[in-house]
Design a protein around this ligand. Sequence first.
Ligand code: HEM
Length: 461
Amino acid sequence: MSACPVFPPPLKGKASLFSLFFKKKRSLLDALYARSYSMKMGEVSLPGIDLYMVNQPDLVRRVMVNEVNAFPKHRMLGEILGPLLGESIFTTNGHQWRRQRDLLDPSFTMVRVQHVFALMQAAVSEMMARLEKEVDKGPFDIDHEMTFVTADVIFRTILSVSLDDKEARKIFDAFVLFQKESPAAALKRVFRLPRWLPYGRRGEKLRLQAGQEIRDALAKLILPRYEAAQNGTPGPEEDILSTILQAKDPDTGACFTFEEIVDQIAMLFLAGHETSASALTWSLYLLSLYPDIQDQAAQEVVRVTETEGWSVSSLKGMALVRDIFREALRLYPPVGFFTRECANDTEMRDKKMKKGSIVVVAPWLIHRHKDFWDNPHGFDPFRYEKGKMKVPMASAFMPFGMGQRVCIGTAFAMQEAALVLASFLKAYKVELAPGFVPEPVGRITVRSDNGMRVILKRRGV
Ligand code: HEM
């Protein structure tokens, strides 16, 4: 068996959180102790606000499932993402969220997701053409390719536009900038630093500009289709925007307004490509550490596609490919930390928690907790076979969240990942570039700070 997949070494001594956060990497993953991976609940005092990390399954259910109104999404999330997402489903709460979810749900039913399969296939086939140019050459950054293909999938399935389109490319580039500058904005808020402090000020300006640029470019793409739908002459597109334009509030019969549609599309772009890109890059990293499992998965793809071809149902027959992706989601959950707020004073275990405190449910910790998983830091896609799990999977595996705020795009993401990985495995072998070690960081999603440098070889030669 090969090396254990990387994860940031836990802290040893007592370190100042402030200095840790403001280190070069500015990642929450570097601020964890060995005991964080075995504790039931932890507490951190930040200036003027307390933060609680919750790992214990019944408390996690309290926050995520049973008492969602007592633990709404934290308002800081809305403040940080607002310049890009406006008031979108990812950050809203209460009635506003419920209405948005009711209007968006029809776009993500299993049937709709199957419907966009051909659009996903078109993006993946262009990915294969780009990868072909890298075969048997020197190392390259496959994280860049995974980000590109998942953004392309999102543009095609939501807006029927490909990423080669000039407008789409502009949105993509502005988004990279928005991402880069967001951690500093988050830290300034968490530590309640005054806005006038020079730290992060230039970045904040760039971030706001990038957010506005993305929204303007999206609005330009959406407007003609919105107007056509309003005039009763919708276009021939069969993408997700076409379903969103038709969606009606079950109580009032009202549709989304134009401004609301821009918010939701910006949010789908963010939530839908960054997460999938992260998980796909980590999947390829894990496969490069385990060549035997890589070969086994490639054989599965050949076996299934030779008899059934490429379809939504043939992808479902690739159990090992799915479980490799699950292991990537377990070891490197793209959304590593779910942030909620105490709506009122409350108690958990022996802790008295004040209204406004931050409550964090951390898949990053729960997915590696020794009470729930054997060999928690190791890669083992066979652990999901029947009878092998230490605890019920739903209580310890939550890459897509839990309860009513569970990811709306779960089926979409699983289908996309299976298609990308299976297409890749059938054609190529992936190896890590000699001496390369990725550096996981937790920002908007869990990514490798130094990319993912790999070598590509043709399979079967
Ligand atoms: C591997 C890929 C993905 C992962 C790991 C993932 C993960 C998550 C998680 C953990 C949440 C809940 C966060 C919380 O409770 O704080 C979430 C919410 C959401 N995701 Fe995903 N996601 C993925 C792909 C997608 C895709 C492809 C789409 C859409 C195209 C999408 C759309 C959304 C939306 C709209 C929400 C907000 C749901 C709500 O609050 O009602 N996600 N996602």
